[in-house]
Design a protein around this ligand. Sequence first.
Ligand code: ADP
Ligand code: MG
Length: 479
Amino acid sequence: MLEKLLLEKFKFSEFRGVQKPVIDRLLLGHSVLSLMPTGTGKSLCYQMMAFLQKENEIVLVISPLIALMQDQTQKAQDIGLRATFINSSISAEEKQKRLKNLSENKYQILFVTPERFKKTDFVDVIKTLKISLFVVDEAHCASLWGHDFRPDYARLNEFVQLCGKPRVLALTATATPPVQKEICQILNLNFETDLILGGIERPELCLAVTDIYGESEKFEAMAKVISENQNVSGIVYFTLIQTLDKFTQFIARKNLQFTTYNGDLPSHVRRRNQKEFITGKINWILATPAFGLGVDKPDIRFVLHSEIPSTIESYFQEVGRAGRDGKSAKAILFYDQDDVSIQMQFLDWAYPEAEFIRKVYLLIEKNFAQVSVEGFDYLREQMVFKNRKDFRVNAAVSILNRWGCLEEIDSKFGFKALQPPEDNFFVKENQSELKKEHQKKLLEILRWSQNTDICRIKVIYNYFGHAVTDDCGKCDVCL
Ligand code: ADP
Ligand code: MG
């Protein structure tokens, strides 16, 4: 029966990974927290449930990113589901229309951000619906110790109650055992019985760490890989935009084909560059870690890291974008001891003080016109005296954004002020505490990069709570 639906609606002949056990457990009426690697088909689990629910029921999907919602909705529609989303990107009239349709049971699946539950018009309609499944996509956003903490995710259980306590399906790609436990606590799930771990094995990945001394040696080494592999696709990740810029100038002289992606580029340029990369028009992209969420390109053969990432989580997420088609892919981390101090500095800036965050918000609110035109340059000029290296402003903007204090719009800056940060956000998300925790993780990846005894991928699997006995046989340690 499930297999028939799979073939009919999704055109797939078999389930992947733990899709089937997840759906089976949901069908028994239980909740599930499932870990499945990025790109392996988490969406299918709730899409399938939308086909299986009763006529008057609806699947509600909580998704953290407005930018991904359109795409998720489109994908659901493509397989024949009546799907829609409600967020700040749509007009007031359109929102009214969708709310009305919702109350008339016209949709089978709805995507919203958790912040939507702050709006009474939305909650009023939600309360009248029969929600068959409450989905939490990117569930690690509920964890304070994950990277993408969103205060409203911490209130998810309240929203589940509001929805009439339906089954919950929480989904994420990367969560260490402590984070898994925290998610279970927040959503009132049972860590012992509700957890379904999908394997995170990525046998196609060949991991390597190359020791480098100094920037010019590093630039030459990276340029060599790019130049020797112009006919296949690759990403080069940079911790700092200014290193990315410097490297861009460095290889511009070498007549190589590449595009770039970073938070300083206007959003339409970012979108265009991303598209050129995804469609294969340009094979290489130089990017900051901001690039990649929701990027589903199967044939990426290389992921290079210009600096050591600050956690094993982000490293694995980034290298995991390669080799989605199951064919061999190579990840090379260029390790320069001096970069460790960059990461330490980075952590100082990544967790700005409350006062700083409030000031940035006020600037965005009070000087909307100027901020829209001049973007981050203006904020930096006001806040950190034009020091381009000091990215506390960027950190503050991204914190404000995930707190729901900003709204994404189409301008050079990309945001406008929505509501000032609440006092309790600063208590719940104590930046100096987070920084300490993050420093421990940095130590963890440092150890990993310096390790010369144990298979690299094995260490990573173990870090995520997966017991693996076999060596990969293809990382630089194994070889
Ligand atoms: P993620 O886990 O990152 O959310 P998605 O749900 O976006 O991944 O799915 C990634 C890709 O995997 C999609 O192109 C989807 O069609 C494909 N996919 C999902 N399930 C299967 C399956 N059982 N067989 C083959 N392809 C699948
Ligand atoms: Mg997904």
